[in-house]
Design a binder for this molecule. Sequence first.
Ligand code: GLU
Length: 485
Amino acid sequence: MTSKARVRIAPSPTGHLHVGTARTALYNYLYARRHEGVFIMRLEDTDEVRSDEHFTEDIVAGLKWLGLNWDEGPDIGGPYPPYTQMEKTDHYEQIAHKLISQGKAYFCYSTPEELEALREEQKANGAAVRYDNRGRHLSSEQVEKFRLEGRVPVIRFKVEEERIVSWHDAIKGEIQIHTNDIGGDMVIVKSSGIAVYNFAVVVDDVDMKMTHVIRGEDHIHNTAKQILLYEALGETLPVFAHVPLMFDMERQKLSKRKHGEAVHISKYRKDGYMPEAIVNYLAQISWTPADGKELFTLEEAVPCFDLDRVSKSPAVFDVKRLDWFNSHYIRSLPLSLITDRALPYLAQYDLSQYSRAQLEQIVSVVREGLTSLREIKDASSFFFADQVIIPVELAEGLLKKESSRNILNKVCESLAVFANEAEPRACKARVEEIGKELGLKGKDLYWPIRAALCGCTSGPDLGATLAILGPDRIKSRIEALLQHC
Ligand code: GLU
């Protein structure tokens, strides 16, 4: 009988939710759902200096916003807070002591100064920087002496030299790493008593019965270290799957230093990106469904996701491409949902002047041209403006013409057609008629009307614009303009 898949995302709360972490979370989530397994969220908070509650909140909010809800937590009954590591400090220490009692780990009293001197010496000799395992064989007198000096030991795990650690990676295939490249006996518990990542992660993955460890390729070396720990603890290895890294368009790593907030999910959330677009974009960045489809929802990805279709090659994060997905979702998600999401971006306008149905109409006409919902504020500003400001060149060039004044007068005479709740098509038809009456068409006909109503010559569908603005706004805007012509 095969056991149910159990997978996890294990971010450290030392930064905001990174787009790479979000993609790894997504692949874990999809794997769990596809195999009717369990998806877990564990915060790896053992870095006391850099961990911050603010980052925890950002990560939790970001994953939830993307719809990547996890299935378990330290409490009974959801919605679950994530598992954390800091409350397990004693447990990790106990296990480290077990390794010591089995002769697989030891207390190491080397001071930071000694280690620094060793590193310098190795560098000067052109040798690889590594711990030389000098603390393995201390006599009890030496230990006593160090204790009296006030040295507080770390716990190091003995790394077997001259051996190759190998595994079959579910994405990368066969991987081999020589233990000589691991850096010598490794610290598993710091002198503060806090377990280091490579140790805590193994203990937790064992405790939580993880069947698969799906994570970024930057952890491949750590996996070799962790395999040694699994073996020492007598535990079965999970399946490892390393997701390729994501680079920018210049093949540089996506880093906060180079890209600032553009590597954080929270930025996209603030800027009015749709979670559906981010999920779709990130899913397909290193994975292609068998049917080759490009556009799909989270739910649609579940039945087709598997690790064997995840690419081995590095991925490229291209914001322009993400924008394309975002425009698609802004245009195609239900209007009422997009309106709910758009309203916070319009908060500085007097929204009460329109009914909910009219606000939906505004969103409906404007959303066609948007890349992100943040843009809706400018794109729809003329609907809310008390006065339309027309650029001087436009006012002088276009509106000084007699034909323009004739058109605008005729629009004003037709207000009954543009009465509240008018049909956009009827409004447009009336404009066409005016054109026929005056022998004008194309931009000679449309531009003066658009300029008067919107302050520019391009914009959303004219019929819909007239219908939404309604007779009072149309009249006051045209009159204000005619006074100046
Ligand atoms: N805390 C590690 C990270 O954020 C987790 C790696 C893993 O999944 O084991 O990269």
